[in-house]
Design a protein around this ligand. Structure first.
Ligand SMILES: [Zn+2]
Ligand SMILES: [Zn+2]
Length: 133
């Protein structure tokens, strides 16, 4: 699969060559806060499959499992694009809505259902975990 995407203003663009190793939808408190909506959807790729051009700023936080989460956002428009986890440094997560065409995306798993707001309805056919998997 060859995929392209960008932030809202276009200062950061990226290309992906390959298929995602994992596709997930997360309702944890951090994902809700950083997106400002009920959940975050990410597709995860091997780092070498992703070529990024343009500058991002980062913000680090600590996950429930004590791993460092680094989230990248555009320095111009603030769009959140990429996420890394110190537990899997060879993997990069990409915010699915930033792809130019995301019609291929289908979450394999829903995480942190226990923290999901009632108004954010989920697809009951998708494997759902109350916390992290
Ligand atoms: Zn931007
Ligand atoms: Zn989350």
């Amino acid at each position: 699969m060859k995929l392209t995407g960008s932030c809202h203003c276009g200062a950061v663009t990226y290309q992906v060559d390959g298929s995602p190793v994992r596709m997930a939808q997360c309702h944890c408190n951090a994902c809700r806060k950083i997106t400002g909506t009920g959940h975050n959807v990410q597709a995860f790729f091997k780092r070498e499959q992703v070529a990024i051009s343009g500058k991002t700023n980062t913000h680090d936080s600590t996950s429930d499992k004590d791993n460092k989460r680094t989230r990248h956002f555009c320095t111009v428009c603030g769009s959140r694009l990429f996420a890394e986890n110190s537990a899997s440094p060879q993997i990069i997560g990409i915010a699915v809505g930033s792809f130019d065409d995301s019609s291929w995306f289908k979450p394999e798993v829903i995480l942190y259902n226990a923290e999901r707001p009632e108004w954010d309805k989920i697809d009951k056919t998708i494997t759902t975990h109350e916390q992290m998997q």
